[in-house]
Design a protein around this ligand. Sequence first.
Ligand SMILES: *Cc1c(COP(=O)(O)O)cnc(C)c1O
Length: 315
Amino acid sequence: MKNLIENLHTKTTPLVKLESPFLTNHQINLYVKRIDLIHPHISGNKWYKLYYNILEAKELNKDTLLTFGGAYSNHIYATAAAGKEFNFKTIGIIRGEEHLPLNPTLRFAKDCGMEIHYVDRSKYRNKTNTNFIKELKNKYGNLYLLPEGGTNSLALKGCSEIIGTIDIKFDYICTPCGTGGTLSGLICGLNLTQKAIGFSVLKGGGFLVDDVKKHIKNYNGNEYKNWNIYLDYHFGGYAKITKELISFIQEFEKEFQISIEPIYSGKMFYGLLDLIKKGEFKRETKIIVLHTGGLQGLKGINEKMKKLSDIDFLL
Ligand SMILES: *Cc1c(COP(=O)(O)O)cnc(C)c1O
């Protein structure tokens, strides 16, 4: 088991340089770090967030991982897959009501053996200290609790190590932000001449700035200044998708032959290319973009869009 975990931990992923007339004109060197390719199901940043938590759970002899998420959550999906692969029972606490048939994300989680519980939105808000969790702890005893989105200090430690897997010198590294855990870890792994840029996928994501500081403080007690978060590329809010965003993704995939998705990576790439267009970066700047994965969500997004008559084209 240790070997399986370590094999994944030491696996290398490609760094791909993007070439296009637009990038050449702006004299920007753009590279995509394909951590989305690290595992078919425990993809991208979710693996780096889980890695030290999984080691810790093993160390503590926990046999069950319990975590939280929405019905389309990449973190739920990755945790279910990790449980199956590394021999943990898994419990997913899902926000909202059950909808049958299950969407592809929850179908997969269930097929991995995840036990799924639904809680209404108000209960979900105080998810870590409800009687419900106490009951589950009494019932299962041996739980390892992963927070929503998987963000904790061990997740930061894992994400900080992404920097060491990039074998060229660079000036910036970019990531989408949901909880800001991945960005926080990246910041801790950089040297001070490098900068991290986050793109909020949430509307009103200003709180992320304080959250990132808090995550880092809890992790290593430090304060950093070499980072910022762009707040205006959310396209209306979390999981909101517009025709403009879909056309952008379709063009991006045609030009660069890399699949992205509209919840996280699509919004980040849109934002980054917009910043380049506006001349935010000096000539010859080297920028790394983290492909955080999340492509599992596309099936569910397509199913949902088929039901919406006003969106007449699919990804
Ligand atoms: C979860 C997720 C993110 C956001 O990561 P945070 O650490 O919560 O900010 C970004 N991209 C993808 C594809 C994700 O699944």
